[in-house]
Design a binder for this molecule. Structure first.
Ligand code: FES
Length: 581
């Protein structure tokens, strides 16, 4: 083919010519498409450019995305400066505390919306604007399945506030102050005053919760421009990152740097390494498993645990440490962290900049003195933030955020105090009649993927009020649910298989003995196999079902925590390997 023919052939499948609506006459389809978009004032010259779609997740129900209008303006500027045509489009937005029954119930719906809107509309690349906990994983999952050149733009963290001269930020301090209120240490007036200070601006939670974890993971995966994880939402740095993201979106479209060249076994391993080193949210593991499933990979939980034993926590951020996201940004953000982790990283992994992670780190240059990101020889915690547990209570695995747990409870045996579901817990946990001691193990069933449904963040069971009043701050707690990344305590989560599908957790009874050994990575119900089998035979579980709508789709197809709680039909058609190696 001649050069001209080559260019014509390429043009035929790009920009506004891409993915024509099916009217049976392609010429007419393009004619009609152009006529309609010209109704918005576009010229032929503009419509001939590389098209960058911008997924707009702004919503008044989502203050974590409250800066979306400014980000879109900056992305558009970047796209135009690089010679492209920006076109924004809406998708679902999920604000963590506004989604009922739980945001996780809707993550897969958002990923389907993202995937199908990318596929359905003409765009050569896409900028994904996400921030609040479920939005970034949903977008990465959807984009990985859609397969076009994609780049993530994080909304950025909120600023911290101040209460009685103490710095506070959502949501580790939300939980700390609520605990004080429950224990009667502070009154109604003070908790109201704290409520005004916890969220000092728009943006995502200011600690190393799930949103910050996913921001760091997105950069570690190579899916953001360098430094894209850490600038707070309301800063000039964040706006400049948005402009750079827009310009880079044009480049990845023109060089056909598709998302499968970025998200693969190596970059997923880097993301897991980072999750462990930042004391990241346990939710990050579920989301990484879902993203991996979209590219045909499974997370090897045993290998992840081995990585955890050799990856110290370096980041001194709440809830594992003491600082906030804005401090992380001032300390150099991900470049500082990745420089420290360099010997443990897959440096050949490619990023959206078109270069490898190793080349990017060379460009980032030398570090500087700061006190938020520790050196590998002086960690804040000697192992990774998350440990993977196994045993007869969790044959498919469970996790504990050891860096935010109480060291005195990491090797513990105690009597089970069982709640059958969230309603049972709400009805009894604060009763003075509850038979519970500080050494007991609180067990909550039926909050797994199918159980609640949607695997809510209810795994952080409150300390029973009668013990809280005595000053008890932590107990061993076990469930098949999740926990907010901003929470802390000796909390065993993601017990797999969940109780609602007949996992062993379903058969625990109050008074049973349970052993937790983080050292041995063990979570065991101290009854015989024969007794466990007898209980399962005597009381088979009724797996939840629904008759219609999205809930039916969810309950019929959702997978367990180790598969990312994704829908089975959304995973890659062929799983071709495991990661990490
Ligand atoms: Fe949106 Fe925490 S509630 S990031």
């Amino acid at each position: 083919m001649t050069d001209k023919k080559n260019i014509d052939a390429q043009k035929a499948s790009t920009g506004m010519r891409k993915g024509l609506t099916n009217y049976g006459d392609t010429g007419f389809s393009l004619f009609l498409r152009k006529a309609f978009i010209k109704g918005a004032g576009f010229s032929d010259n503009a419509l001939d450019r590389t098209v960058v779609g911008i997924a707009n997740t702004g919503s008044s129900y989502n203050p974590c995305h409250g800066n979306t209008p400014q980000l879109i303006e900056a992305v558009k500027r970047g796209v135009l400066l690089a010679g492209g045509l920006p076109i924004e489009f809406p998708t679902i937005s999920i604000g963590e505390s506004f989604a009922q029954p739980t945001s996780m119930f809707l993550r897969n719906l958002m990923s389907m919306d993202t995937e199908e809107m990318i596929r359905a509309q003409p765009m050569d690349s896409v900028v994904l604007i996400g921030g609040c906990d479920k939005t970034v994983p949903a977008q990465l999952m959807g984009a990985a399945s859609a397969g076009i050149p994609s780049i993530q733009l994080i909304t950025g963290s909120m600023l911290t506030g101040s209460h009685k001269n103490e710095r506070v930020g959502a949501c580790t301090d939300c939980r700390r102050y609520w605990g004080k209120f429950r224990a009667g240490e502070i009154d109604e007036q003070e908790i109201t005053a704290v409520n005004n200070q916890l969220v000092a601006s728009v943006g995502t939670c200011s600690v190393m919760g799930t949103a910050s974890t996913m921001a760091c993971i997105a950069e570690a995966l190579g899916m953001t421009v360098p430094g894209g994880a850490s600038p707070p939402a309301v800063t000039a740095d964040r706006i400049r990152i948005a402009e750079e993201t827009g310009a880079q979106a044009v480049k990845i479209a023109q060089t056909q740097l598709t998302i499968d060249q970025i998200i693969n076994g190596d970059s997923l391993e880097n993301a897991m390494r980072v999750l462990l080193a930042i004391g990241g949210s346990t939710n990050g593991i579920v989301h990484l498993a879902a993203i991996a499933g979209r590219v045909g990979l499974e997370i090897d939980m045993h290998a992840l645990d081995r990585m955890g034993r050799e990856t110290p926590v370096l980041l001194d951020l709440k809830p594992s440490g003491s600082h906030y996201m804005e401090d992380f940004h001032r300390a150099g953000g991900m470049a500082t962290l990745l420089r420290e982790l360099k010997p443990l990283l897959k440096l050949n992994a490619r990023t959206v900049m078109g270069r490898t992670l190793g080349e990017q780190l060379e460009l980032d240059g030398a570090g500087f003195t700061q006190e938020v990101i520790r050196g590998i020889s002086n960690p804040i915690y000697p192992q990774g933030g998350v440990a993977v547990l196994h045993g007869n209570l969790a044959p498919g695995g469970a996790v504990i955020k050891q860096s935010a747990a109480n060291p005195a409870l990491m090797e513990h045996e105690g009597r089970a105090v069982v709640f059958e579901n969230m309603q049972d817990m709400a009805a009894r946990i604060d009763s003075d009649d509850l038979d519970v001691l500080p050494s007991d193990v609180l067990v909550l069933k039926n909050i797994g993927p199918k159980g609640a449904p949607g695997m809510p963040e209810a795994g952080y069971l409150p300390i029973p009020q009668k013990l809280a009043r005595l000053g008890v701050k932590d107990m061993v707690r076990i469930s098949d649910g999740r926990m907010s990344g901003t929470a802390f305590g000796t909390v065993v989560l993601h017990v797999t298989p969940e109780s609602a599908v007949g996992g062993p957790l379903a058969h625990v009874r109050s008074g049973d003995r349970i052993r937790l050994s983080v050292e041995n990575r063990e979570i065991s119900l101290l009854i015989s196999d024969a007794e466990l089998a007898k209980r399962a035979a005597d009381s088979p579980v009724k797996v939840p079902v629904a008759n219609r709508g999205y809930k039916k789709l969810f309950l019929d197809t959702v997978t367990q925590a180790d598969k990312g709680v994704d829908f089975d039909f959304l995973r890659a058609e062929r799983i071709h390997g495991k990661t990490p190696k």
